[in-house]
Ligand binder design. Structure first.
Ligand code: 5GP
Length: 345
C-alpha cells in the first residue's frame, strides 16, 4: 500500500488569478485553435469543445448545432450504419468523431461505414482505459486507420496517457469518476480529481506531441476555462449540454404550483437506464456505475454555447490571453478552501 500526500485538485478547489492584460475587448480573444495531430498528420481548426458520446448528447442534431460554432461532437455508438453513412457525407461530419467501443459489432459497423464513406475522426471509448486489451485495440485501430484522428480513453495518469499515445492515439481522454451522472467513485472508490488529472496527463501528452481532452466534471463555464488553464487541449461536456432541443429524449412538462416546468431525462451510459435500453438490464456480475436524473429543459443549445464562449473570452481578458494556448501559459491557480457551489443552468 502507498499513500500520495501531495494535494490533488478538482475544478472547485481553485480560482484563476487575474493578471495585467493588454486586451481591450473580449472580441480580441480568439477561442479557435489549430491542432496538428501526431499520428494522423492532419490539421483541425475550431472551438475545441466536444459533446460527449452519451446517447442523449452525442446526436446528429447536436453535431449540426455545434458545427455552426466549429465545435465538435463524439457521436454515440447506437446509430445504425446507414444513418452514419448519410451523416458522414454531410458537412457537419468534419467536426464529428465516430465512436467505437470494445464489441466486435462496433468494429464491424465502423468497417461497414468506412466501406461507403471516409471517417476522418474516431473515438475509442471504454470506461477503464487501463487494460492491455485496450492498448491492443488502440494499436489495431491505428494500423487499420493510419490517416484518422484517433481519440482514446479514459485514463487519469501520465504513464497510461503516454502508453496510449505510443499505441497510436492522437488525443487521450482524461477523466475517471468525474462525470456528473457517474457513480464510479462511490461504487468503487477509484478516481482522480479532474484538474490534477488534466495537469498531469497534459504534461505527459504534450511531451510526446499528443493532445488531451478533459472529459467530465465541468458544471459551469469557468470549469472549462480551468480545464484549459490546466493544459487541456479539448474539453468534453455531458451534463452542461443536457436538457437541450438537440438532445435525444422527450421533453416532459409538469405543472408545479401553477407554473409550467419542462424537463428532460439525462443518464450515465453505465446507468441502469442505459443498460436496460441497450443490453436488456444490468448483467449480474456487475453494478450500474451511473445514475439517472432529470434536468431543466433549456431550449436550443446555441444560447448555452454563447454563454460558454462568453465566459471563456471574459476569462481571457482577465488573464491577458489572446488565444487558447496562452490561457494555459497565463494561468496561475489560487487554492481556495471553500467556493460557492453553483449549478449551471
Ligand atoms: P459530465 O460532463 O456530465 O460531467 O461528464 C460526462 C462524462 O461522464 C462522459 O463523457 C463520460 O466519460 C462520463 N460518463 C457518462 N456516463 C457515465 C456512467 O454511467 N458512468 C461513468 N463512470 N461515467 C460516465
Amino acid at each position: 500500500m502507498h499513500i500520495e500526500t501531495d494535494i490533488k485538485l478538482d475544478f472547485r478547489d481553485v480560482l484563476i488569478r487575474p493578471k495585467r492584460s493588454v486586451l481591450t475587448s473580449r472580441s480580441e480573444a480568439n477561442i479557435e485553435r489549430t491542432f496538428r495531430f501526431l499520428h494522423a498528420g492532419t490539421e483541425w481548426t475550431g472551438f475545441p469543445l466536444i459533446a460527449s458520446n452519451m446517447d442523449t448528447i452525442g446526436t446528429f442534431e447536436m453535431a449540426a448545432a455545434l458545427s455552426k460554432v466549429k465545435a465538435m461532437v463524439a457521436l454515440h455508438k447506437y446509430y445504425p450504419a446507414e444513418h452514419l453513412v448519410d451523416f458522414f457525407r454531410s458537412e457537419a461530419s468534419r467536426n464529428a468523431f465516430f465512436t467505437v467501443g470494445s464489441s466486435s459489432a462496433d468494429w464491424e459497423k465502423l468497417a461497414a461505414v468506412k466501406a461507403e464513406v471516409a471517417v476522418p475522426m474516431i473515438s475509442i471509448d471504454v470506461a477503464n482505459g487501463y487494460t492491455e486489451q485496450f492498448l491492443d485495440a488502440v494499436a489495431r485501430l491505428r494500423s487499420e486507420n493510419p490517416k484518422a484522428v484517433i481519440m482514446a480513453g479514459t485514463v487519469v495518469t501520465a504513464e497510461m496517457t503516454e502508453a496510449l499515445i505510443l499505441a497510436g492515439a492522437d488525443i487521450v481522454r482524461i477523466g475517471i469518476g468525474s462525470g456528473s451522472v457517474c457513480t464510479t467513485r462511490d461504487l468503487t472508490g477509484v478516481g482522480f480529481p479532474q484538474l490534477s488529472a488534466v495537469i498531469e496527463c497534459a504534461d505527459a501528452a504534450h511531451g510526446l506531441k499528443g493532445q488531451v481532452c478533459s472529459d467530465g466534471g465541468c458544471v459551469v463555464p469557468g470549469d472549462i476555462v480551468k480545464a484549459i488553464g490546466g493544459g487541456a487541449d479539448f474539453v468534453m461536456l455531458g451534463g452542461m449540454l443536457a436538457g437541450h432541443t438537440e438532445c435525444a429524449g422527450e421533453v416532459v412538462h409538469e405543472l408545479v404550483d401553477g407554473q409550467q416546468i419542462s424537463k428532460m431525462v439525462f443518464y450515465g451510459m453505465s446507468s441502469e437506464t442505459a443498460m436496460k435500453k441497450y443490453h436488456g438490464g444490468v448483467a449480474n456480475y456487475r453494478a450500474a456505475e451511473g445514475k439517472t436524473v432529470t434536468v431543466p429543459f433549456r431550449g436550443e443549445v446555441r444560447e448555452t454555447l454563447t454563454t460558454i464562449a462568453g465566459g471563456l473570452r471574459s476569462a481571457m481578458t482577465y488573464i491577458g490571453a489572446e488565444n487558447l494556448k496562452e490561457v494555459t501559459k497565463r494561468t496561475t491557480f489560487v487554492l481556495v478552501t471553500a467556493q460557492r457551489n453553483t449549478v449551471y443552468g
